[in-house]
Design a protein around this ligand. Sequence first.
Ligand SMILES: [Zn+2]
Length: 350
Amino acid sequence: MAKTKKPAAKKVAAKKPAVKKAAVKKPAAKKPAAAKKTAAKKPAAAKKPTAAKKPAAAKKPAAAKKAGAKKPTAAKKPPLRKPPLKKPPVNKPAAKKPAAKKPVAPKKVAAPKKPAPNKRAPKKTAPKKKSPATASAASDDDFYDRIFENNLRWIEEKTRTDATFFERLSREQNPTVLFVGCADSRVPANEIMGLEPGEVFVHRNVANLVPNTDLNVHSVLQYGVEHLDVKHVIVCGHYGCGGVAAAMQSADLGQLNGWLREIRDVYRLHVDELEAIKDETARYRRLVELNVQEQCVNIIKTSFVQQAYSKKGYPIVHGWVYSLKDGRLKDLKISFRDILEKIREIYRLD
Ligand SMILES: [Zn+2]
């Protein structure tokens, strides 16, 4: 028992035989149902901080709300694809084929039926009027429609530079990295790593957890390690994580209680270190890091990661934290081998 006390290994992992490009074939893969949309509604935190053990933490609600408690789905959603709408110039030529289909086709076929397209017309004019009550509903419609327009533009862009883009990807995926991240809309896996479709296998959930009994994340892990033969498994948390903030409060969060308990367990494991940090924000940030570290440990415990590593020398498990404020990725330098060595006696599965 005493051994599990301090899994906090902070040594820099000298990247050993990270066995680079070991070309291993993998079957054309289909993504399992990864990235499940865990439309997490982080209930507005602590309406009444029952002051369980840390009165300090109870003051956290401010941070929690800011971090996204309860808002992710709000109408004010981050303007994902807004720019593209105002910048059709880039796609003007491209839009010919796909985008033109809609408006052009119906015009010819039903020339006299100009009133028909009226259906669409109101949508476009609505936002101009900006009538108080209907304004947000109309913009929601626009936002939704825009997604499909964006999709067509994106197809154009991809095929313009690489005509075989989709044809190639439809045959197989060959990711080198498996990314376990938070479902937070501000942490898009591929984008923050600058990777293209096909380059990273992704799983996301609230607060980037790897609970030992979660079939979803374990299925993704096993598939990624055994079938896709990924070389690196990354757990990526982020400062300002609403899930972690919520776990620092004593509020009853209903359905989320069981999930967030995983983070409270991390707090318990590192309670001495965390309670010694007086500054709430600093403690919150440290918990984000420790949570990432413990999820890495959970991955290292698995039989398929241990077995794959002893056979091939990979995958290597890494812990990262992403900063919402400046977009930086920070490698926590978690020592995969040290942790593996420490926990081997307890979790070894021969
Ligand atoms: Zn988060």
